[in-house]
Design a protein around this ligand. Sequence first.
Ligand code: H2B
Length: 111
Amino acid sequence: MSELGQQRCRACSAEAPKLTEPEKQQLMPEVPDWQLVVRDGEEQLQRVFTFKNFVQAQAFTNKVADLAEAEGHHPAILLEWGKATVRWWTHKIGGLHKNDFIMAARTDELY
Ligand SMILES: C[C@H](O)[C@H](O)[C@H]1CNC2=NC(N)=NC(=O)C2=N1
């Protein structure tokens, strides 16, 4: 289990700073299966999880949703047959916060 995967989200305000490039580069090795993407001008962490069928993808999606609600920090999830694409970013700052890396690591532990 990665050190990030043992952490919990810290409530952040709209004034919280986005992670700097060095901070992101330091954190990326802890979530090696995730990629940085930009959607609607906002940087996000994305990973595609694959499964044998829709039901397994749905069950994983539900686990991620439960984790998100428990942490008060929510992803975008695209559920398809055999796939679940998860994207983490912090809406209120329009980019990436350490919380998003924590949640990506916590998501990996559900897979
Ligand atoms: C009021 C509510 O707690 C906030 O809107 C939370 C909900 N979940 C959230 N999830 C994410 N990813 N980013 C947020 O800024 C965010 N804010």
